[in-house]
Write a protein that binds this ligand. Structure first.
Ligand code: 5GP
Ligand code: ZN
Length: 118
């Protein structure tokens, strides 16, 4: 299920270029175009889910896979290991949650501080 007006659906489809971090049948990850931190990439389900607010029990396996994949990708992208390194995971949801792109995404940020934000 894709939304033809969704910028992240277009990135997943390769219609808008991105710096890819990871891809499988269900998940796509790419570097944020405006990074806040030395490592900053986004993980998205290929399925167009507008936000965390639309998540239901049918998505448990998908979101579980994304969360389990995040630490591996964070290390691959240059985050130092826990506990001295680590990373931050953020899922902005809705206007008051600071969400700008309405295709569910997880920000994964890390690397030496200070960061631009966060
Ligand atoms: P949100 O505020 O919705 O959680 O964050 C959306 C993120 O998507 C922002 O950090 C923004 O920089 C990133 N973004 C928006 N458009 C594009 C794009 O075309 N390409 C990439 N790589 N990132 C984008
Ligand atoms: Zn989408």
């Amino acid at each position: 299920m894709h939304d033809p007006n969704c910028i992240f659906c277009k990135i997943i489809a390769g219609q808008i270029p991105s710096r890819k971090v990871y891809e499988d049948e269900e998940v796509f990850a790419f570097h944020d175009i405006h990074p806040w931190a030395p490592v900053h990439f986004l993980m998205v389900p290929k399925l167009h889910i507008p936000s965390m607010a639309q998540v239901h029990t049918g998505h448990e396996a998908l979101l579980g896979r994304m969360m389990a994949l995040a630490p591996r990708l964070a290390l691959e992208q240059g985050c130092r290991p826990y506990p001295d390194g680590g990373f931050r995971i953020v899922a902005n949801t809705g206007a008051e949650g600071g969400q700008e792109v309405h295709h569910l995404h997880i920000h994964v940020m890390g690397g030496p501080r200070p960061w631009l934000k966060g």
